[in-house]
Write a protein that binds this ligand. Structure first.
Ligand SMILES: N=c1c2ncn([C@@H]3O[C@H](COP(=O)(O)OP(=O)(O)OP(=O)(O)O)[C@@H](O)[C@H]3O)c2ncn1[C@@H]1O[C@H](COP(=O)(O)O)[C@@H](O)[C@H]1O
Length: 112
């Protein structure tokens, strides 16, 4: 948690730096579409590493994935605290139960 909070601060600081010396600023110059594309690429690389890579490779790809997600969140001006709050809100709610409640809502509205 502390690590991600520190990374959020660094990303905020680096966004307006020289794109020639800062990768964060380089991504900002490239634009949101490029950031989103990089996030997608890193997600695929993490998937591949999870199926066919070593633990070390999966750890590396996971770090890339988190970094690129943080860059995109910063670009959308969404605070990490908002993501943590959403995770906190979900704490203790089983994914199975939550999914079942969604389909019940769908059935009710279909019956209307
Ligand atoms: N945590 C990271 C981090 N993780 C991954 N990366 C970069 O993300 C990129 C990963 O993309 P790829 O593997 O596709 O590498 P690539 O093919 O070279 O990238 P592209 O040319 O396709 O963009 C690499 O360039 C990594 O160096 C990171 N770059 C920066 N940080 C953090 O952000 C801080 C600020 O970085 P700068 O803005 O560069 O100073 C750093 O001090 C770090 O704390």
């Amino acid at each position: 948690m502390e690590t991600l909070a520190r990374l959020e601060q660094v990303i905020q600081q680096r966004r307006k730096c020289d794109p020639e010396t800062s990768y964060v600023a380089h991504l900002r110059r490239q634009g949101r579409q490029c950031m989103a594309q990089k996030l997608g690429e890193e997600a695929v690389e993490a998937v591949v590493a999870s199926l066919a890579g070593s633990d070390e490779e999966l750890v590396g790809e996971s770090a890339d994935l988190l970094f690129h997600l943080m860059v995109l969140l910063a670009d959308r001006e969404i605070a990490l605290a908002d993501v943590f709050a959403e995770l906190d809100r979900r704490e203790g709610i089983s994914g199975i139960e939550e999914k079942a409640s969604r389909s019940q809502v769908g059935e009710t509205s279909n019956a209307d």
